[in-house]
Design a protein around this ligand. Sequence first.
Ligand code: HEM
Length: 556
Amino acid sequence: MWSVSAHLAMCIRVQGMSGSSYPLLCAASQRAMCMSAAGTVVGGKVEGRKGAAKESTGVKKRGVNERVRSFEEIPHTGRSGWANLVKFWREDRFRTLHKHMERTFNTLGPIYRERLGTQSSVNIMLPIDISELFRSEGLHPQRMTLEPWATHRETRQHSKGVFLKNGVEWRTDRLLLNKEVMMSSSVRRFLPLLDEVARDFSRMLQARVEKKGQGKEGRLSLTIDPSPDLFRFALEASCHVLYGERIGLFSSSPSQESQKFIWAVEKMLATTPPLLYLPPRLLHRIGSPLWIQHATAWDHIFSHAEARIQRGYQRISSSQGGRSKAGAEGGQYTGVLGQLMERGQLSLDLIKANITELMAGGVDTTAVPLQFALFELGRNPEVQERVRQQVRASWAQAGGDPQKALQGAPLLKGTIKETLRLYPVGITVQRYPVRDIVLQNYHVPAGTMVQACLYPLGRSEEVFKDPKRFEPGRWDVSREERGGGGAEGAGFRSLAFGFGARQCVGRRIAENEMQLLLMHILLNFRLSLPSAQDISTKYTLILQPETPPRITFSKL
Ligand code: HEM
């Protein structure tokens, strides 16, 4: 991309952690008296608006003139951010932030305040009317910036790239990017590329099972930790979509540089959470070794992405012969980079910034949920068989067309949603309301960081029937989509990709990439597990398994 702030904006907001962010738009002056979606706060009372509090979501109905409780009255975990931070550090709670949130909601109810070092947030979950939060994000969503990175840039004179924009400018750029990665016309173009990579992955696995598997001829199986392969799959798939070319990660000698990129993203993620809560001044003292590891990981991410973009740029420029319209008008698809270059509406710096962000955001976010999905399918053979039956029938009808095959197998999409319900890769979705709002009858001033906490939400008995059960059928995708689709259609129970203008820009790539991989695996293998015990999870900016699960792949 170019800027780490942008990057972190992605990985952090995106991965939705309780990130360090510095709202650029939320002027304090907006706090005086503002409209909320549920009502207007006037002199501490709500002038109620019809339908503001929905019984169906369990939101407490507020009588007209009932006093809105003050921000200070929101239950909290302790007033001293520094004392909380020390406790977190001592007890290594950053690794289990998701569990900490779950416990705190159980104790304090569905809304609480937390201070941690320099950070302060209001944490909420259903049955609170989360729509309040998203309605108040205003027309100019903000991108978070990570102040420590800015410091790092100064101290190490690291000046690659540009900062992605904020506010109105951000919105304009994002709409241009959406055309290439979110709209159905673009999905149609890149879906065959993802399908090719998913098929190759399955072929590679088949060859490995044939070579190293055990069992009788025709019933060979192999037990492995598939995570390194899944990371390579995710990078290969996203590079194919971004640059329109394969990078050969399934070959017998995959590029060491790409492997280093994967490690760097992992390291950057793992070192981020503790750094978010410290003021930059202190980082050089207290957090020094961590900070250096973090900054070094970023350096590597930048230089690798930059080199790849440069190669892609040269290749595409020469194949397009300047400004021919090949890519944009039906010629060979040259990937998102080629399309953006072709359209010429974003500056080259911004194209670089966006592509780097997509590249760094597209690996762990899909590789990790795929581990969880294989694990859950492996330990739920009946569910696995049901999904496989649907996939087989759909595949047979689709005549090799991956889009048709996915459309005919909604349980695949249900599998992804169910996986992200139990294991949301980003454990929160954050917003800074641009005006004061009322949540659960508490006044929340504009500019407060409010985060919807997805891990406790996905496991709440109040929200999901039998929440521990892995049941892709619970997401009746077709019904949801008739009702508006996405998070809203699901009553904000499905927020893994965020919501609204700022939702995950890689969402369509991720959904299709993961579904296609599962489709080809289910067509070729039966999955089982050496151990069906619950999987322990850790939080490292994303939620991931403490130890990657081992999966048995048996050839069908
Ligand atoms: C299962 C996979 C993924 C999940 C669960 C996920 C989740 C999220 C979430 C929750 C957000 C913040 C949305 C919001 O605040 O409303 C986000 C933003 C973002 N994601 Fe993803 N993501 C995934 C995959 C990807 C992939 C594959 C890419 C890149 C190809 C990507 C790139 C981004 C970027 C660039 C943003 C920032 C968008 C912006 O602020 O304009 N994500 N993601």
